[in-house]
Ligand binder design. Structure first.
Ligand code: BGP
Length: 483
C-alpha cells in the first residue's frame, strides 16, 4: 500500500503546545506542558536540570506564576497564523504535515458531556487548508499535553478512567475528521512516560512513598496508554476502515562501546527495556518475556486484566513510527553525553555532537530502519528528525543554516539507502519545518525549522516568518529529487 515512490510523504512535524498559542481561546484549559516556565539559567547539557520541576512548580503556575514566563502558552501563534504557515509549507515542497491536536481545546475539564465547538471548527479549518495546499495532515492525538484538569481530578494516566476520557476525545476526532485525516498516532513518544512521568503520564514523584512505587506507577500508567492505543486501533478497524493507526516511540539507539561480550549483552538488555518493549507491545500485541522477567526481578506488580491482554493481542498497529535524532553507546567506563532530550548515554568517538550534546549519526538511521522493518514487518514512518541550533537572523533577513542542510541531507541519504535495502518506509517528517518552542528546555532560541520565526525566549518579536537556506535546499530537493 505504501510502496509507490511518488506517494512518499515528505514533510515536517510539530506539536500543538509548541506552535499554537491561544492557550485560553475558546475555553481551552491549561495543559501540563504549558505549566512549565522558561528558566534562562538552565544548563542545557544537564538533563536533570531540564527535568527539575516538581508538582508544586506546576501548581504555582496556575495560582501564582511569580512573573515567570510560560512559552508554550504562546507557541509561535500558529492558532492565528496557520494559513500563512501552511502556504509556506506548500511552497517548500512539503506534501505532509504532522501536527497534534490539543485535547484541552476539546474537553477543557476532561469530562464534559460535549466537546467545544471552537475546537472542532479550528482543526477543520486547519485540515481543509492543508488539503487546499495538497498537504496530507498526519495527526498525533496526545503530544506531551495532558490537560491539567485530568491530572488534578483523576491522577492522569495512572487512573484507568483516563482511558475512557481519551476514547471520548478520539470518538469525536474520528467522527469529525476521518474524511480529512488518514494517518493517526494516538501518542507521541509513548516511552516518555518512563523518562518524564510528569508530562508523559501526569504523575509526580512527590506523590509516592519511594522510587519503587513511583516506577511501578509509571509502568501502570504506561499500561493504560497501551490499552488506550489498542482501543483506538479497535475503533478505527471496526468503524473507520479508511484510516490507519500507528504507534510512535522515541527511538533510543545504542551501540555496545566495544566487542567485549559483557558490553554487548548490556547493550542488548538496554535496547529491550528502552526500545523494543514499546514496539513489541503495540506491534506484536503482547508483553515480551524479558519484560515480565524485569517486572518480577524488580517486584513491579501491574494491574493487567485478561480483557487487556486480549485487547492488545487483537489490536496491533497498522504502521510503526519513531523519532530519530541521535545515538549513544552502552558499556563500562564510558563518558556520558546527552542523547536526545530524554536519556544520558555513552560517547561515541566516531560521531560529532550538537550544542546540546546530541550525537549526530545518519548511518544509525539506516540501521534502525532495517532493524525495525526486519523485526516487525510493518510499514515505517519517520515522524521526527532534525537538529536544534542557536540561530539569529542576518541583516539581510536570511539564516545560512548549512549545518541543518548537512544534517537533513545525510539522514535522507541514509533513509533512501534503507529503502534500497528493502525497507518499507512511506514517510519522513523533519522536526521541524518552522521554529517552535523547544519541548525540553522551553527555549525559542533552540531552533529546528527551515523557517525562522521572529520570537525570542520571552515571546518578544514580530512573529514574522523568514525562509532559511534549508528552506530553499528542501524546495530544490523536492523539485529535482537531488540531494
Ligand atoms: C521530541 C519531541 C518533540 C521535540 C523534539 C526536540 O522528543 O517529540 O516535541 O521538541 O524532541 O526536542 P527539544 O525541543 O527538547 O530539543
Amino acid at each position: 500500500m505504501y510502496k509507490n515512490n511518488k506517494d512518499f510523504l515528505w514533510g515536517g512535524a510539530t506539536s500543538a503546545c509548541q506552535i499554537e498559542g491561544g492557550y485560553d481561546i475558546g475555553g481551552k484549559s491549561l495543559t501540563i506542558s504549558e505549566m512549565r516556565p522558561f528558566n534562562p539559567k538552565l544548563n542545557r547539557k544537564n538533563l536533570s536540570e531540564v527535568f527539575a520541576y516538581n508538582k508544586q512548580d506546576y501548581i504555582d503556575s496556575i495560582k501564582n506564576d511569580k512573573g515567570l514566563h510560560y512559552p508554550k502558552r504562546y507557541g509561535i501563534n500558529f492558532y492565528n497564523n496557520y494559513k500563512e504557515d501552511i502556504a509556506l509549507f506548500k511552497e517548500s515542497g512539503m506534501n505532509v504535515f504532522r501536527l497534534s491536536i490539543s485535547w484541552a481545546r476539546f474537553f477543557p475539564k476532561g469530562d464534559e458531556e460535549n466537546p467545544c465547538k471552537e475546537a472542532i471548527e479550528f482543526y477543520k479549518n486547519v485540515f481543509t487548508e492543508c488539503h487546499k495546499n495538497s498537504i496530507e495532515p498526519v495527526v498525533t492525538i496526545e503530544h506531551s499535553d495532558l490537560p491539567y484538569s485530568i491530572i488534578e481530578k483523576y491522577n492522569g494516566w495512572l487512573n484507568p478512567v483516563t482511558i475512557k476520557l481519551f476514547m471520548k476525545l478520539v470518538k469525536v476526532l474520528f467522527k469529525e475528521f476521518n474524511q480529512y485525516v488518514k494517518y493517526w498516532m494516538p501518542f507521541n513518544e509513548i516511552n516518555t512516560v518512563l523518562m518524564a512521568p510528569d508530562s508523559g503520564a501526569g504523575i509526580f514523584r512527590e506523590d509516592f512513598k519511594n522510587e519503587h512505587e513511583y516506577l511501578q506507577a509509571s509502568y501502570q500508567s504506561l499500561h493504560h496508554k497501551f490499552i488506550a492505543q489498542a482501543e483506538v486501533v479497535k475503533l478505527a478497524h471496526s468503524d473507520y476502515k479508511n484510516i490507519h493507526i500507528g504507534c510512535m516511540v522515541a527511538n533510543i539507539s545504542t551501540y555496545p562501546i566495544d566487542c567485549n561480550p559483557i558490553n554487548v549483552l548490556e547493550n542488548e538488555k538496554y535496547q529491550q527495556l528502552m526500545k523494543y518493549f514499546f514496539f513489541d507491545v503495540m506491534a506484536k500485541g503482547f508483553y515480551p518475556t524479558y519484560m515480565l522477567k524485569y517486572f518480577k526481578n524488580n517486584s513491579i506488580v501491574l494491574d493487567i486484566s485478561d480483557y487487556d491482554l486480549n485487547l492488545l493481542k487483537e489490536n496491533t498497529v497498522d504502521f510503526i513510527s519513531f523519532s530519530y535524532y541521535s545515538s549513544g553507546t552502552m558499556g563500562q567506563k564510558n563518558e556520558e553525553v546527552n542523547s536526545s532530550n530524554l536519556v544520558l548515554l555513552g560517547k561515541n568517538p566516531f560521531l560529532k555532537e550538537t550544542e546540546w550534546g546530541w550525537q549526530i549519526d545518519p548511518i544509525g538511521l539506516r540501521i534502525t530502519l532495517n532493524d525495525l522493518w526486519n523485526r516487525y514487518n510493518l510499514p515505517l514512518f519517520i515522524s521526527e528528525n532534525g537538529i536544534g541550533v542557536l540561530e539569529e537572523l542576518n541583516s539581510d533577513e536570511t539564516v545560512d543554516d548549512y549545518y541543518r542542510i548537512d544534517y537533513l541531507k545525510s539522514h535522507i541519504k541514509q533513509l533512501l539507502l534503507a529503502i534500497e535495502d528493502g525497507v518499507d518506509l512511506f514517510g519522513y517528517t523533519m522536526w521541524t519545518p518552522i521554529d517552535v518552542v523547544s519541548a525540553s528546555t522551553n527555549e525559542m532560541s533552540k531552533r529546528y525549522g527551515m523557517i525562522y520565526v521572529d520570537y525570542d525566549d520571552y515571546h518578544k518579536g514580530t512573529g514574522k516568518r523568514y525562509k532559511k537556506s534549508s528552506f530553499h535546499w528542501f524546495k530544490n530537493f523536492r523539485k529535482t529529487g537531488k540531494l
